[in-house]
Ligand binder design. Structure first.
Ligand SMILES: *[C@@H]1O[C@H](CO)[C@@H](O)[C@H](O)[C@H]1NC(C)=O
Ligand SMILES: *[C@@H]1O[C@H](CO)[C@@H](O)[C@H](O)[C@H]1NC(C)=O
Ligand SMILES: *[C@@H]1O[C@H](CO)[C@@H](O)[C@H](O)[C@H]1NC(C)=O
Ligand SMILES: *[C@@H]1O[C@H](CO)[C@@H](O)[C@H](O)[C@H]1NC(C)=O
Ligand SMILES: *[C@@H]1O[C@H](CO)[C@@H](O)[C@H](O)[C@H]1NC(C)=O
Ligand SMILES: *[C@@H]1O[C@H](CO)[C@@H](O)[C@H](O)[C@H]1NC(C)=O
Ligand SMILES: *[C@@H]1O[C@H](CO)[C@@H](O)[C@H](O)[C@H]1NC(C)=O
Ligand SMILES: *[C@@H]1O[C@H](CO)[C@@H](O)[C@H](O)[C@H]1NC(C)=O
Ligand SMILES: *[C@@H]1O[C@H](CO)[C@@H](O)[C@H](O)[C@H]1NC(C)=O
Ligand SMILES: *[C@@H]1O[C@H](CO)[C@@H](O)[C@H](O)[C@H]1NC(C)=O
Length: 882
């Protein structure tokens, strides 16, 4: 029914299950705040009936949240608990047949209408996995062919179907998701699939009240001289009346001052839709930078539409933050490598691949911790492969200065191309292209104003076919996409319309030795070009995390059955179901472990060298003939407690992979050993010198043997160059080592040590069998030998704690190797949220250093544990002073 009210006294009140503020005329979208949920298997009434008031839902599950998949709902209702589901193989016990039937999400909206203005109501979806019928008050608003695709957001004019006074009922009937048939959020070979395949309302369903003209959120393009262009889509919701009026947009600067007002006229035919554009200029613009290069000033823009003959705005957009910055890319056609530029500066991408939670739960505090870990390591980019999450992720990235490389996921339905002979996804039919179109438009609109956006990958392992490419590109352009559009993350092929994506996806995904990355095998993963997903397959959780999700026999398997299939590795259909490649190398290089603790110690050392060498190799090749333009470590995090493919574990606890990456990239000025030919590179990733005369540098190189005897000592004076990496010298003596050696590089300017970096070197290098490389690794025919580390003389390390600073002093004549710090509770368990400025450090005989603890929680009863490869464990109580 149509709602007409008395003019000029408009006050609508939408009362959901919980109170929300009264709506004024032009309101932002407000999410449906809560739901009741039930399976169609136990409800006999049909959807139309269920979407009328008066249905007894007391036996339904409840959800006091705006969104949640079915599994997440069952967890919230106590049917399952996360700790139990994730323990050992318990996930296999969940009956997935319960998710092979439709489920209902129902919300009863109390709506009180006291009076008038011609108001219009819009219902918006942002993502329901993966298709649904939507009913309002017995009327079907959309069927499952219309609301289809987990990324499809649609707006439905529901003005005619709302009841003026009393209850309104919204019912969403969600259908089972199959990753190969539907456009959903799959996990490929990353982890076992959730039993419900992510089915449900995973993003907010929202309602908005507006006048006759309704506006989209504003989109913004900026220039570095302060040019601002704002785009807003306007729709005339009246089907029988034209609209004439104005659009007004106001820009506020980061300090909250109004700095620009822009206006345009507005003429819309009945039911018409138009893109409006206004332009302005901001004086003395404050430029937004990635965190490593500067500040993140955020401007905001807000627009209103007014319609002649009515008072007040017909619609008001939300205030959207934006940054003044540019992102561009070039393709080096000699190699088909993409190079990114931020604000015109050549930008080497140091990234990692992000995943959502297995049940698509969005936990903002957890994400914030993850983003802080990202910055703490020194990563500048995150790749979102088909896990585009929610608007808050983009806002957080904007605030923190983390670049985002968004895109569609590989393999399943998303890459069901006729020419894809690898994927499992069903081939696309005509009905699939409109879903692609709307998915792309929705995501582009959500992401557009965010300065953190580095680009969108419309394909991953495969490039889209020509029809889909055209649709994706048109959609991005229609939404004023301000960043690069890349056809895929691999070199399998490219669509004619936008050409090669300029990224390689040639592995590895499983263990390779440190010297792999420095080789000239750049057609594989070795440093050169842009590696879109690659790593040595590491990311072993700490013992305290393992005990949360592995039984003791599962833990024993790690070191007693090193080739066994493991449920907490990748899926059983993947090449990564065992730790055989990893364990074979670990056992050969460091010696067979004699306990779980010994295994974990060796794993963290191995993980540390793996990530450090990978990042350092890419850093060092930034100015090579074939520059290493970027890498995305595979992966950043895991969707559930996994044994590999992360830089911190599911509980956000960092280990060897984290501190190895951090050692490589935390400092903008760094010194790197080429693990293949023992040359030394000076890396300077700054875009501005700290002073005009800044540039003189000194490099100190020392090599010692296990007994501490100094065998190489050299210093080199050089100059640094901004945003470059250069080979400075060699350490040829390393090739002549008789036993294990330790090498220390130090980079200093006139006053300070800027970077300190140590390596353990085996006289026998790892030998790679390049010709037998597969898509996931390169075998090793002969391993480096660090087994003699077992016989290192014990080192005596003095520990002193002052505040959050831990002093370490090696009082011995031998090196103190892999000195490891942890913050532990009374039971000896790792305290979550504790991060160290560095970890797994090696101290020279007599050397002193300070390591800082970053931890904001209460310290009562906590201790700092210091141990190491050849260092006895030392527990120091954290004083009240910390
Ligand atoms: C939602 O809130 C209601 C009312 O406070 C409560 O009875 C119910 O247990 C809550 N449901 C969940 C899943 O937290
Ligand atoms: C809605 O209900 C309120 C209070 O019960 C009443 O004042 C108002 O007139 C009603 N409006 C309509 C359109 O029925
Ligand atoms: C989940 O998707 C997979 C295909 O990826 C399919 O085999 C399976 O049957 C689906 N599960 C459910 C419960 O629908
Ligand atoms: C528009 O249509 C409604 C009914 O659908 C009618 O009451 C109204 O008078 C019409 N307005 C115009 C301007 O024609
Ligand atoms: C839009 O209208 C609101 C409410 O009247 C007002 O607070 C806001 O400043 C207006 N914005 C613009 C851009 O005119
Ligand atoms: C670059 O990519 C294009 C299109 O995919 C291809 O035709 C060309 O041969 C490639 N060039 C190199 C050097 O690989
Ligand atoms: C994509 O969607 C837009 C907006 O709905 C529409 O205008 C356009 O025609 C669609 N493109 C194709 C190829 O269907
Ligand atoms: C595990 O596999 C490797 C080869 O990949 C083999 O050398 C080793 O003996 C196996 N270990 C066990 C315990 O079977
Ligand atoms: C590849 O591996 C096979 C055995 O698996 C071996 O016979 C062959 O020599 C290897 N190729 C090279 C080039 O080493
Ligand atoms: C360690 O020393 C012992 C005793 O000297 C010796 O038997 C063993 O072979 C050594 N181990 C390694 C790995 O060098």
């Amino acid at each position: 029914m149509r709602l007409y009210h008395r003019p000029n006294a408009a006050r609508w009140l939408l009362i959901f299950a919980i109170n929300i503020p009264a709506l004024t005329l032009a309101e932002p979208f407000i999410p449906i705040p809560s739901w009741t949920i039930a399976s169609s298997a136990i409800i006999s009434k049909n959807a139309a009936h269920l979407s009328r008031p008066g249905v007894d839902t007391s036996s339904w599950y409840t959800l006091n949240a705006t969104k949640s998949t079915l599994m997440a709902t069952l967890i919230a209702n106590g049917i399952y608990t996360e700790d139990d589901l994730f323990f050992s193989t318990n996930l296999l016990k969940v009956d997935s047949n319960q998710f092979r039937v439709p489920w209902y999400y129902r919300s009863e909206i109390g709506l009180q209408l006291s009076c008038d203005a011609t108001a219009f109501y819009t219902l918006r979806t942002n993502g329901i996995s993966s298709c649904a019928d939507i009913y309002l008050n017995g009327h079907r608003v959309a069927d499952k062919d219309t609301q289809a695709g987990a990324y499809v957001g649609r707006e439905y004019d529901v003005t005619d179907h709302l009841r003026a006074n009393g209850s309104n009922v919204l019912l969403v009937k969600v259908y089972p998701t199959d990753y190969n048939r539907d456009f959903a959020l799959g996990f490929v070979d990353w982890n076992p699939y959730p039993p419900d395949n992510g089915t449900g309302i995973w993003r907010d369903v929202e309602v908005k009240r507006s006048g006759q003209v309704s506006l989209s959120a504003p989109r913004v393009k900026t220039g570095l001289s302060g040019e601002v262009t704002v785009f807003v889509n306007a729709r005339n919701l009246a089907k029988n009346a034209t609209a004439s009026g104005a659009l007004r947009c106001v820009v506020h600067d980061p300090q909250g001052e109004k700095v620009e007002t822009m206006k345009s006229g507005l003429e819309l035919t009945a039911g018409g839709y138009k893109k409006l554009k206004v332009q302005g200029k901001i004086e003395n613009p404050q430029i937004w930078w990635p965190r490593q290069w500067g500040e993140q000033p955020l401007y905001s823009v807000q627009c209103n539409a007014t319609v002649k003959g009515t008072s007040g705005p017909s619609d008001s957009t939300p205030a959207m933050n934006f940054g003044i910055r540019t992102v561009t890319s070039t393709l080096n056609t000699a190699y088909n490598d993409t190079t990114f530029y931020v604000n015109g500066k050549r930008f080497q991408v140091l990234g990692a691949g992000y995943t959502s939670d297995m049940f698509l739960r969005f936990d903002e505090p957890k994400l914030r911790v993850q983003f802080q870990l990202v910055l703490d390591m020194g990563l500048n980019t995150i790749r979102l492969e088909g896990k585009q999450e929610h608007p808050r992720l983009y806002e957080l990235a904007d605030e923190l200065g983390i670049m985002l490389l968004a895109g569609w996921e590989c393999c399943d339905k998303w890459e069901g191309w006729a020419f894809n002979d690898e994927g499992s996804g069903e081939k696309w039919a005509d009905a699939d292209y409109p879903i692609a179109n709307l998915s792309m438009r929705h995501e582009a609109e959500m992401m557009q104003p965010h300065p953190s956006i580095l680009g969108f990958l419309i394909g991953s392992d495969f490039w889209p076919d020509d029809r889909a490419t055209q649709i994706y590109v048109d959609a991005l352009k229609a939404l004023d996409w301000p960043a690069p559009i890349l056809s895929s993350a691999s070199q399998r092929g490219a669509p004619a319309l936008i050409g090669n994506g300029g990224m390689k996806m040639a592995g590895p995904y499983d263990w390779v030795p440190p010297n792999y990355w420095f080789d000239d095998q750049q057609r594989l993963g070795a440093a050169g070009g842009f590696g879109s997903e690659l790593g040595a397959g590491v990311g072993t959780p700490q013992l305290s995390s393992l005990s949360r999700f592995l039984s003791s026999s599962d833990s024993d398997d790690l070191w007693m059955n090193p080739n066994k299939s493991l449920f907490h590795m990748s899926t059983n259909i993947s090449s990564f179901y065992t730790r055989e490649i990893y364990n074979t190398a670990l056992f050969a290089r460091y010696g067979a472990p004699n306990s779980l603790e010994d295994y974990i110690t060796k794993a963290h050392i191995s993980d540390y060298e793996a990530t450090k060498s990978q990042f350092e190799a890419y850093l060092s090749r930034w100015n090579h003939e074939r520059p290493a333009t970027g890498l995305v470590y595979w992966m950043l995090n895991n969707a559930w407690p996994s044994l590999h493919w992360n830089l911190f574990d599911y509980y956000n606890v960092p280990g060897g992979s984290f501190y190895g990456a951090k050692a490589a990239i935390h400092k903008l000025q760094h010194i790197v050993l080429d693990m293949r030919d023992y040359s030394v590179y000076l890396v300077d990733r700054r875009v501005e010198p700290s002073a005009p005369e800044d540039g003189d540098r000194r490099i100190d190189i020392e090599v010692i043997e296990t007994q501490g005897r100094l065998v190489v000592e050299r210093s080199v004076d050089t100059r640094t160059e901004i945003n470059s990496a250069r080979k400075i010298t060699d350490v040829p003596a390393l090739a002549n080592l008789m036993g294990i050696g330790f090498l220390r590089l130090r980079l200093s300017d006139a006053n300070t040590v800027l970077s300190r970096n140590t390596y353990h070197i085996s006289p026998a290098a790892d030998v790679l069998d390049w010709e037998n490389s597969t898509w996931y690794h390169t075998p090793v025919t002969s391993y480096a030998d660090f087994r003699a580390l077992a016989n290192l003389t014990r080192a005596d390390v003095e520990v002193s704690v002052e505040g959050k600073s831990v002093g370490l002093k090696n009082k011995s004549k031998v090196p103190a190797v892999f000195v490891t710090l942890s913050l532990v509770d009374e039971k000896g368990g790792d305290v979550r949220g504790a991060v160290w400025s560095e970890n797994y450090v090696t101290l020279w005989p007599g050397e002193q250093m300070h390591v800082e603890l970053q931890y904001t929680g209460p310290v009562e009863g906590l201790k700092i544990k210091v141990g190491g490869w050849n260092v006895d464990e030392n527990l120091v109580r954290v004083g009240g002073g910390i």
